[in-house]
Design a protein around this ligand. Structure first.
Ligand code: FES
Length: 105
């Protein structure tokens, strides 16, 4: 797993999410009060970018824009149907002025 710089810290304030691409992999980053999380940015149910949905920092989940499944941003697991399979998670963290994702091809 190599850390890859994916964003400047200013690009993703607390409570925000940000879509990035690492290699060819779409990833969505979340800033939960300074703690960072990263998920594969496609719903496990059909073709929809989770970054087009709603991030709820209080509930620590993101809602799929297509059919509304809620995904836990820590585990990538859906909390509600129709999605029932998790999406991949990646370790994400901030260092200095940058946000990194640990990623391997
Ligand atoms: Fe996400 Fe259907 S595409 S719940």
């Amino acid at each position: 797993m190599a850390p890859v710089r994916v964003a400047a810290l200013n690009d993703i304030p607390p409570g925000a999410m940000l879509a990035v691409t690492v290699g060819e992999t779409p990833i969505v980053l979340f800033n939960l009060d300074g703690e960072f999380f990263a998920l594969y940015n496609e719903c496990s149910h059909a073709e929809a970018a989770l970054s087009d949905g709603e991030f709820d920092p209080d509930e620590e989940c993101v809602e799929c824009p297509l059919h509304g499944s809620l995904f836990d941003i820590r585990s990538g697991r859906p909390r509600t149907l129709p999605a029932f399979q998790p999406v991949a998670t990646y370790r994400a963290y901030a260092e200095d002025d940058s946000v990194f994702v640990e990623y391997s091809t």
